[in-house]
Design a binder for this molecule. Structure first.
Ligand SMILES: *Cc1c(COP(=O)(O)O)cnc(C)c1O
Length: 288
């Protein structure tokens, strides 16, 4: 087995992030609900993509790349955080984004600009078209002697998933210190890398603990998540063996990806008012 600490990683976030019990919510529902505050990871507005990018951008650096391409919807958190992290490492960031939904200059598109990324809208609903465009744009850059690194949507590759293996390692130590035994790990699932990392991390550091992904998109995550987890296990040179109850998906998509669910609003407001925590309506709000 390889030690995850020995794999190339650049330091981008402020870790460990807090891990604590939601006292008021736990009391209300009669359960012990703890939260891992990766929204507080210290880059831009925070979020789960930073742990993935620590591994992915280390790989980009090791390959001598000076430009990073990634993609997502117009309001992609992953694209925005890649822009922030690439800028910090002195790399140019290019974002060919899906031109579907709202492309007004709002929200993360403003932040993409602040972080100096080059945004280009591609009029397609298929990521394969965008990856083809990335190849074309990278070939142009290569003529100028530049070298591009491609990160697929959400940073959900086996290498990216290692970020969440590392997260389990981190909160395992925090749980031990707090004297709490974890029974079940739950996260939102949008492209699968986070849940995959949690699944492998649970096997390594929290054996017997079940992982549930809350699907906020309608991809077949029952297959995607274990496949990514197995790929991450290969990088660490550890076996990945499924057990009957290790992982399940629960879908809570509503009208579709990135369309807020009206029925979620009271729960988002409850967490905000009882614990001071803001969720988003695309991922964490639906999962919650
Ligand atoms: C991307 C994202 C997720 C989903 O993570 P995946 O690894 O893509 O499944 C969850 N929450 C937030 C806030 C995100 O930006």
């Amino acid at each position: 087995m390889k030690n995850i600490n020995d794999l190339p990683r650049v330091s981008l976030g402020v870790f460990p992030t807090p891990f604590y019990k939601l006292e008021s919510i736990s009391a209300k529902y009669g359960k012990n609900i703890w939260i891992k505050r990766d929204d507080m990871c210290g880059v831009a507005l925070g979020g789960n993509k930073v742990r993935k990018l620590e591994f992915l951008l280390a790989d980009a650096k090791a390959q001598g790349c000076d430009t990073v391409f990634t993609t997502g919807g117009a309001q992609s958190n992953h694209a925005m955080l890649t822009a922030a992290c690439a800028a910090r490492l002195g790399m140019q960031c290019v974002l060919p984004l899906k031109k579907r939904g709202v492309t007004e200059h709002l929200g993360n598109l403003i932040l993409d600009d602040i972080y100096g990324a080059q945004v280009k809208f591609i009029d397609t609903d298929r990521y394969d078209d965008i990856y083809a465009e990335m190849d074309r744009m990278s070939a142009e850059l290569a003529k100028e002697g530049r070298k591009a690194y491609h990160i697929p949507v959400g940073g959900s590759t086996p290498l990216g998933a290692l970020g969440y293996v590392n997260c389990v390692r981190e909160f395992t130590a925090q749980a031990e210190e707090a004297g709490v035994k974890i029974g079940h790990i739950v996260s939102a699932t949008g492209s699968g890398g986070t849940t995959a990392g949690l699944l492998l991390g649970a096997k390594l550091y929290q054996p017997g603990v079940k992982v549930t992904g809350m699907g906020v998109d309608d991809d077949p995550f029952e297959e995607i998540v274990p496949t990514l987890a197995a790929g991450a296990a290969e990088l660490l040179e550890v076996p990945f063996e499924r057990t009957p109850d290790d992982f399940q998906m629960v879908y809570h998509l509503g009208q579709g990806y990135a369309i807020p669910n009206a029925e979620d609003t009271p729960y988002i407001e409850e967490l905000a008012r009882m614990e001071g925590i803001l969720l988003d309506p695309v991922y964490t709000g639906k999962a919650w």
